[in-house]
Design a protein around this ligand. Sequence first.
Ligand code: ATP
Length: 240
Amino acid sequence: MSLLAVEGLDVRHGLLQAVRGVSLAMDQGEILALIGANGAGKTTLLRAIAGAHRPAGGRILLDGTDVTALRAYRRVAMGIALVPEGRWLFPGMTVEENLLVARASRRTGPWTLDRVLDVFPNLRPRLKAKAGSLSGGEQQATAIGRALMTNPRILLLDEVSLGLAPIAVERVYQSLAALIAEGTTILLVEQDLGRALRVATRVACMLEGRVVLEGAASSVTREQVTEAYFGLGREEKAGA
Ligand code: ATP
C-alpha cells in the first residue's frame, strides 16, 4: 500500500480551480519532486495534503487512512509535516523554542533536538538567537528542523531554496541528503530542474493544475520535463 495516495484531487481558490483531478502515489522512502511554472498549483497541492486548504473533491490517504476531512493538526499527529514556502517561523521566539514547539504534535520517533542539530550543525551556536535575526539559510534549516521534530512519516517541502544564497541552498540540500539516506519520504517542490532531477527518485510536472508528466527521475529527460513545464507538446498538437 502507498504511504501517501492522492486521488482525483480538486482544489479551488474561490472560482479559480488551482488543482484539477490530481492523482499521485508515494511509497515509503521515495523522493518525489513536484515541478511546474509559477501558478501551476504546486503550493496549493502541498497545502491541501497538509490540511491547510480543504479540497473541493477527491481524497487524500495516508497509509490507507482517509485524512481528507481531518484538520491540519490531526494530520501532523498522523505524520504529515509541511515546511511552507516562506518558512513561517515565530520570529520573536528563539531557534530552540521554534524547534521545541513541534513537540506539541506528541508524535514519538527518532527525531530529537540533538538529532536535528546533528543534521543542521549551523543551528547549534544559534539556539538562543531569535528566529527573526537568522540568515535565510538558518531560517530554512530551522523550519525543516521544526518539521522533523514532529517525527513525520512524510515531509512536504515547498521551495526550500527560495530566496537563499547559492551557498545556503547547497547547505540545505546537503542536509536533505542525510535525511534521504535514512529513508525519509519527501515530497518537494523545487524550481531548479537540475536539482530536482538529481535529488528525486520520481518527478511529477504540473501545468495549470494538472499533473502532465510523471516518471522515475532516471527515465524522464530534461527535454520531456521542459516540454511539460511549458505545455509545449500540447501547443504543438493544438497547432498541428
Ligand atoms: P508558485 O511557484 O508561484 O508558488 P504554484 O505552482 O505553487 O506557484 P499555487 O501557488 O498553488 O501555484 O497557485 C495556483 C493558482 O492558484 C494560481 O493561479 C494562483 O494565483 C492561485 N492562488 C494561489 N493561492 C491563492 C489564494 N490564496 N487565493 C486566490 N488564488 C490563489
